[in-house]
Design a binder for this molecule. Structure first.
Ligand code: ZN
Ligand code: ZN
Length: 79
């Protein structure tokens, strides 16, 4: 399994749901650490086994709209 967006095979063409403008892929959300993270990461115990299955088959990307100054997280299905 690998993420086609991280590997440059596929690019994200998603427009902002608020302003319909182009939004920028900021990369994997798991790569973002420190003061620039858009929100605090909350450690959650994996109580449900389905969660782990989903984590292994999708790559979370952060998208940023410079117009709305908002970040959106999307899941890219891995191949
Ligand atoms: Zn990815
Ligand atoms: Zn926007």
């Amino acid at each position: 399994m690998f993420c086609p967006v991280c590997n440059g095979i596929q690019s994200l063409h998603i427009s902002c749901s608020s302003c319909n403008g182009a939004i920028v892929d900021c990369g994997r959300s798991s790569d973002l650490t420190g003061p620039y993270a858009p929100y605090e990461q909350i450690e959650v115990e994996p109580l449900i086994s389905d969660v782990q299955v989903q984590e292994s088959s999708s790559c979370k990307h952060l998208l940023y709209c410079s117009t709305c100054k908002q970040t959106t997280e999307i899941s890219v299905t891995e191949w």
